[in-house]
Write a protein that binds this ligand. Structure first.
Ligand code: GLU
Length: 315
């Protein structure tokens, strides 16, 4: 199999990693679609990972709907999907490995203490941690531990992480100034997204990550963690914001369900509409996954906002 440039790389591995906290919308579907086309156009492997770390918020039924939607469109995972909720032992092994090369410390700060009006913010709106618990003495730690359970944070160095995103271009983030010591494991014992993603992408041999631009600022943390864990970081493509035909940002809670799309439209019409929305075709017309795989090139993909055609928007 070749794409227009004839580049074949059977070792490339892509993935789609939805959080099944609600229904997938057409924007999530577009990420899965581009992740799939990108690796398949080079003869590579496509994986699906269910990011249900927060099991209480992620019912199994939502994940099944996502898998069903992907299946209807022919975008099945080449390996049995990984479920993050079943991987706690693996994460704790990786946490041990991380502790041998980085400082991980308990943090007892409450939400109220962290979210003060004066707290500096990160570019994604999160609070930049002020390091209050970084240097607690053993006695202080024991005293606080008796009162409530801490989360675990990893101490970041004052260093720049730089990478070239396939869509956003060059990105540099200073970990200390723009990210701060971040959470590895929540106080309820659940591993945090950043850590689980880095460990899973690394362990699965993922070579490229295609996902929404809202996660662009997470990439430097994940690259840094992957390097510490001894994994090669992937190439990233952060897809621009996906809006409906009227320019409204899509959201899971507003009922733009990809599942409903596959119920009301034939797969080839959905695939053709996604290809048109992404910029891969000039006209909206039904298309098979195979022909889209053959024609795929990142050069064609829109770099600014992606507008969904009316056919993909709910009436
Ligand atoms: N689970 C994340 C989401 O559904 C995506 C994580 C990723 O692709 O790295 O938003």
């Amino acid at each position: 199999m070749t794409n227009e440039k004839g580049r074949i790389d059977k070792n490339c591995v892509g993935r789609f990693a939805p959080t099944p906290s609600g229904e997938m919308h057409a924007g999530n579907l577009l990420c899965a679609f581009l992740a799939y086309l990108s690796v398949k156009s080079r003869g590579g492997k496509f994986l699906v990972r269910i990011e249900d770390l927060d099991a209480a918020r992620c019912p199994r039924s939502s994940a099944q709907k996502i898998l069903h939607t992907l299946h209807r469109l022919g975008m099945d995972s080449d390996e049995p999907p990984l479920w993050q909720s079943e991987r706690t032992n693996f994460y704790s092994e990786k946490e041990k490995a991380l502790r041998s090369v980085a400082r991980v410390y308990p943090c007892f700060c409450t939400r109220a203490q962290l979210h003060t009006a004066r707290a500096p913010r990160m570019s994604d709106g999160g609070v930049l941690y002020n390091g209050a618990c970084r240097n607690l003495t053993r006695e202080q730690t024991e005293r606080l531990r008796a009162l409530h359970s801490p989360c675990e944070r990893v101490a970041v160095p004052d260093c720049d992480v730089t990478f070239t995103d396939g869509i956003a271009g060059n990105v540099t983030q200073n970990l200390a100034r723009e990210c701060g010591d971040f959470i590895l494991r929540r106080s309820d014992g659940v591993y945090a997204y950043q850590f689980a993603v880095a460990a899973d992408d690394g362990e699965s041999g993922v070579t490229e990550v295609v996902r929404g631009a809202d996660l662009l600022s997470s990439a430097p943390r994940q690259i840094w963690l992957m390097q510490l864990l001894g994994y090669a970081p992937p190439v990233y493509y952060h897809i621009p914001l996906v809006c409906d035909a009227s320019g409204r940002k899509l959201s899971k809670s507003e009922g733009d369900s990809a599942m409903r799309l596959v119920e009301r439209m034939p797969p080839e019409s959905i695939l053709g509409a996604l290809a048109f929305a992404a910029g891969l075709t000039q006209k909206e017309k039904p298309a098979s996954l195979n022909e889209l795989v053959r024609e795929f090139s990142w050069n064609k993909v829109h770099k600014d906002t992606i507008l969904l055609p009316p056919s993909l928007c709910q009436p």
